[in-house]
Design a protein around this ligand. Structure first.
Ligand SMILES: Cc1cc2nc3c(=O)[nH]c(=O)nc-3n(C[C@H](O)[C@H](O)[C@H](O)COP(=O)(O)OP(=O)(O)OC[C@H]3O[C@@H](n4cnc5c(N)ncnc54)[C@H](O)[C@@H]3O)c2cc1C
Length: 392
């Protein structure tokens, strides 16, 4: 289903494609991804002008929409003209003080106002650790007592969470709450459930995230659905496989507790596919889904279940999502076939997006085994265009 590179890369000029090919060639190189990228990241953070300029024109432009919302608009409108929507993602990470949390909160709140006016941006997203201290989430998750200062921080977290969810619902903009490490997730799940119960009364505006590389999440999904039906509110889940596997496994070994991650990829795939089947099969029962994946088989499975159930391709409770700069073959082909697709479009000052860029580079490197995926699709399209131009 996802082989047609003409559709996948129609929005890219020949020059942009060649640049993308070069970027994926570089980051797939083991030496480059393991040693050079962290060094480049360090130099960008130190604001070395020439390095910053080069990174902005290459990796940053490949994976990010711009340094601010205004810069993103060009990308947003361009992909929207091919039927693909955007999830506006202020991608500043790794902050630990209240002032920074407030800044991120305000920027995310502004994104809701911004998205309200643009049909091309149905979703905004936030990371819980962008608006609150990870240590507080962890203590709440462990049911530890908080001292006075910590209690204040927790109140602020709850207010920021509620501020974003309430405004999203008022402005009719969907909000995705990203999932992070398992040891802070109980606090986040609890807050997200409270927000869904309070604000998803008429429709699902608030989506929490479930990482299916964790065992037990399928049961959580089903229980949470039964609860929401009983208590009469809508729920929405972004279903992903999960991004922190090594960190999770390492911590469980060091601290000697049961590994929260499935034993192998097959179990993760099974739970991921079962979760999307469960939600799509129940799509008329107050539940919505955002399928966040670059896995072609899982997307095809979702498409088949949609067909089998005679559900409209553009059912507003079913969304597919990929990251900007990756898996355009999935995004643009699904969209061409009438499915709802929204790409995460990260943005932020270039120095602040370094952790995000490093993760994307690692994901596409030979270490992760994904070396050839994007590269070979782009090469195929460049060759197709060359052949077409020759025969003209
Ligand atoms: C739109 C979007 C939003 C996302 N939001 C989040 C988020 O909020 N939180 C988050 O954590 N991640 C998020 N991710 C990342 C996601 O969790 C995956 O890391 C990434 O998409 C790769 O998984 P895949 O389904 O695309 O592809 P695949 O290549 O099929 O799957 C790779 C994934 O499988 C799992 N896996 C690999 N090896 C094993 C193993 N040995 N045992 C068990 N499991 C294994 C891991 O989760 C790995 O990332 C998001 C991704 C997208 C596209």
């Amino acid at each position: 289903m996802f082989k047609n590179t003409k559709i996948a890369f129609k929005y890219k000029s020949d020059w942009q494609l060649k640049k993308s090919k070069l970027i994926f060639k570089f980051i797939s190189n083991l030496f480059f991804s393991k040693f050079l990228i962290p060094t480049i990241g360090f130099l960008v953070r130190k604001k070395i002008p020439i390095i910053t300029f080069l990174v902005k024109k290459t990796v940053f432009e490949q994976f990010c929409g711009g340094e601010n919302k205004k810069e993103c608009i060009k990308v947003i409108e361009k992909i929207h003209s091919y039927g693909v929507y955007s999830v506006l993602d202020y991608s500043v990470e790794g902050k630990s003080n209240e002032e920074d949390f407030d800044k991120i909160y305000k920027e995310t709140l502004e994104n809701i106002y911004f998205a309200e006016k643009k049909k091309s941006i149905p979703f905004i997203v936030f990371k819980p650790t962008g608006i609150g201290n990870v240590k507080i989430y962890e203590k709440i998750s462990n049911k530890n007592d908080l001292n006075e200062e910590e209690q204040n921080s927790w109140e602020k977290i709850k207010n920021r969470f509620e501020g974003l969810c309430k405004k999203s619902c008022e402005k009719k903009v969907f909000v995705l709450i990203d999932a992070e490490e398992s040891w802070i997730q109980p606090a986040i799940d609890d807050l997200a459930e409270k927000m869904m119960k309070k604000y998803n009364k008429e429709k699902c505006y608030i989506y929490n995230t479930l990482q299916m590389y964790r065992w037990g999440r399928l049961e959580y999904l089903k229980k949470s659905h039964i609860k929401s039906l009983k208590e009469n509110y809508f729920i929405g889940y972004k279903i992903v496989r999960g991004a922190y596997m090594e960190k999770e496994r390492e911590r469980s070994i060091i601290n000697n507790y049961i590994d929260p991650i499935q034993n192998n990829k097959e179990y993760t795939d099974k739970d991921f596919n079962d979760a999307i089947s469960y939600i799509i099969n129940n799509i008329n029962k107050k539940i919505s889904i955002f399928i966040g994946t670059h896995n072609e088989k899982s997307c095809e499975l979702a498409v088949n279940i949609i067909k089998k159930n005679n559900i409209d391709n553009n059912n507003k409770n079913i969304w597919f999502g990929q990251l900007y700069g990756m898996s355009d073959n999935i995004s643009f082909i699904l969209s061409k076939n009438g499915y709802n697709v929204a790409k995460y479009l990260p943005y932020g000052p270039i120095q602040e997006t370094v952790p995000y860029l490093i993760r994307r580079s690692e994901e596409n490197s030979s270490i992760s085994g994904q070396t050839n995926r994007e590269y070979s699709l782009i090469t195929k399209e460049i060759n197709r265009r060359n052949k077409y131009n020759k025969n003209k």
